[in-house]
Design a binder for this molecule. Sequence first.
Ligand SMILES: [Zn+2]
Length: 410
Amino acid sequence: MAYKPYTHDVLIKNSNEILYDAEINLEQDKIVGFSSGAPGPKRFKSIVLPGLINMHSHLCFSKIKLDSQNLFSWLKDLVTESQKPEFLPSEQVSQGIQESLSYGTTFVVENTNYPFETSRALIDSGIKALMGIEIFGSDPNFAQKIFQEKIALLDSLPKDKNIFYALSPHATYDVSALLWKFCLEWSQKNNRLLLSHISESLAEEKWFSDHDSAESQLAKEFWASINSLEAKLDNWKKYKSSFDFLLQSNLLDSNLLLTHGVYLSEQELDLIQQYQIKLVTCPRSNEYLLNDQADIKNWQNKKIQFALGTDSKASNHDLDLREELKHLTHDLSSQEKFEMITIKAATMLGLDSEIGSLEQFKSADFVVLEILDLNNYQDLRNIDIFALALDNKKTRVREVFVNGSLVYKF
Ligand SMILES: [Zn+2]
């Protein structure tokens, strides 16, 4: 169903430009302009804003509920759950997509172990995505073989204008430096971000600094459960931290999109800035797995590019980006928060000429919010409209459009 112009009370084009009593005009899948509408009878009091961007998800784990616990025991439970016969990847992904759309998300960065099911569900739903195929493999002797298999798999996935494919080596503690190198070279050649997790937990950092610690024991139990890494420990002994692995392996590159970054040192953050590496924070997932939170104020001071993700629902309560924003440890202005889930994320993806704000010739990806709080409605021109638009209690997602087509309706 295509979009029919309505006069909206507020139309947020970007973090600097707001229109009142305005219509958004489309031609097929693009925005062609805006006009001021005559205030008249309305369906509901509405705010329109650009489609939201979730920079880190695993929609393939959207129906699994795991206990709040340490990263490595959580990973072990996740593997157990995903091996049960009732685990159906297509169902998991579809549920995750529907939930994402219901929260106004029109673009997801997805990391998946189930590329076929995930790409099919993404394409069928109309949502846009950068889909990374997750890669594991700690033994460098198998790096070439694993890489070639993943590339063959990627080449066989269905093509669609809404979906970009990428590689997602899982982390620096379970993918060999050689396999990382192959993945990075492919990403550079194909101009794609390389997705991964970095410095998510203390246990992970302990793993690098002290293989014999009590925390590392949990990691070893996880490896044993997936028959990985044993006897490969020596390959990791020279690295001091999860990030030092990348540094020593000459893997620092502006194509890296790294999620979490909770325990990065000052020097490591300086290198991240220097190499224009992009970071993603997932505050509720960090809480869920009993970790600290990323120091985003420091990231901001260092002028590091960063955005927001929910991570999987198996380590979060829901996939609501507006809820996620409430859990940032450092209070940003409502405009900065808005940018984090719109234009800044789009810029990190290299897609800011297409998405991330509502401008002429950009994609018609937008969210129609209903204002539930009438007191706010009365003085819309005098309030912080970004705060209202980000408030998931005072406003509710009524409709979501991608490429000018309705993909979700409340
Ligand atoms: Zn993740």
